[in-house]
Design a protein around this ligand. Structure first.
Ligand SMILES: [Zn+2]
Ligand SMILES: [Zn+2]
Length: 344
């Protein structure tokens, strides 16, 4: 069986390829992809990635079409999320109740989520109901935001700053509030283009208390004028160099969680270890693989604890993929979250 999908590399070099899917053997399931979100990682690939083309898309919601003869967990017609990284369930860490430490994971075998079909192992699927496909594909990014918020251990009534107002930052802002924060600030690039205006508009709808335009305003001044002792928790969903701002505004004993990557050579920063020690600051990376937060993310979306409608601004298919990616990279379109519907 063949499937059409998208691959990309630096300078918006996006390729459409037809590939042969792995056979639907006894453990595999053929999934028809109905929705796949554009992640910041995909945008990083088409903006900065210099090596070979990367498959695009890992935020996937689809429909089961065919199952292998040993598969009992799903049946044709079921709505499913495809996990991008699945715990093995049999290693020492998984069996000890720590699947988050599993190093023996199942991945997507190089298949693009931005494609028509996938052949995946049955244990990489999460069944869902009560959500449309486009909303459901927020499961993966929401699980990432959720992981960062869980690791931030937000006390009731805390002040929280989210650095970065992309979809993940926006979801983290909402979850921080749900988790008991009494004040949530969010930062973003200046509202000089359509993309940034759309993101701040979404932040306002989500209920952020303060929005800071980085470059026009000083994150440090804006936050420390309100909280002279510093902010209780900082969640960094923007590139690694924003951790400098996080370190300036975090309170004594505070926790900074971070998951903003950079593939264009800007992933190294200088951190004064003495400062971390003397100020008792925790710098904690948040990496959401394997997919242990998917079931709770689906529930949060279904119950509208996080409202997909506040985030998803665009859907598109193959013909307009390049336009959408260009719009996101250049900021020329009011896109917060774009979702590909490859079979629409
Ligand atoms: Zn993602
Ligand atoms: Zn394992």
């Amino acid at each position: 069986m063949k499937s059409r999908g998208l691959y990309g590399r630096k300078f918006l070099d996006i390729q459409e390829r037809i590939t042969e899917l792995a056979p639907i053997d006894e453990d595999h399931v053929l999934v028809k992809i109905h929705a796949c979100g554009v992640c910041g990682t995909d945008v990083n690939f088409v903006r900065d990635w210099e090596e070979d083309y990367m498959p695009l898309g890992h935020e996937i919601a689809g429909e089961v079409i065919e199952v292998g003869k040993n598969v009992r967990s799903v049946k044709p017609g079921d709505k499913v999320i495809v996990e991008d990284c699945t715990m093995c369930g049999i290693c020492v860490d998984c069996k000890s109740g720590h699947p988050e430490l599993c190093r023996n994971m199942y991945d997507m075998q190089g298949q693009p989520g931005m494609g028509e079909y996938m052949s995946v192992r049955f244990n990489s699927l999460d069944r869902f109901e009560g959500l449309d496909y486009v909303s459901a594909c927020l499961t993966e990014p929401l699980a990432v935001a959720l992981t960062s918020v869980q690791l931030a251990e937000i006390p009731f009534g805390a002040s929280v700053a989210i650095l970065g107002n992309g979809p993940l930052g926006l979801m983290a802002a909402r979850l921080a509030r749900v988790r008991g924060a009494s004040f949530v600030a969010i930062t973003g690039l200046p509202k000089d283009n359509e993309r940034e205006r759309a993101r701040f508009f979404a932040a306002e709808k989500i209920g952020c208390d303060l929005m800071i335009e980085v470059g026009k305003q000083s994150v440090e001044d804006e936050l420390l004028s309100r909280f002279p002792k510093g902010i209780d928790r900082v969640i960094v969903s923007s590139p690694p160099e924003s951790i400098y701002d996080a370190l300036k505004v975090i309170r004594f004993g505070g926790i900074i969680t971070f998951f903003g990557l950079h593939f264009g050579g800007k992933s190294t920063i200088n951190v004064d270890i003495n400062d971390l020690i003397f100020r008792k600051i925790t710098l904690r990376p948040a990496f959401a693989e394997p997919a242990i937060n998917f079931p709770v993310s689906m529930k949060l979306l279904r119950e509208k604890v996080v409202d997909p409608e506040l985030l998803i601004t665009h859907t598109f298919s193959f013909g307009s993929a390049l336009d959408v990616f260009r719009g996101i990279v250049e900021g020329s379109q009011p896109i917060v979250k774009a979702v590909m519907t490859p079979n629409a």
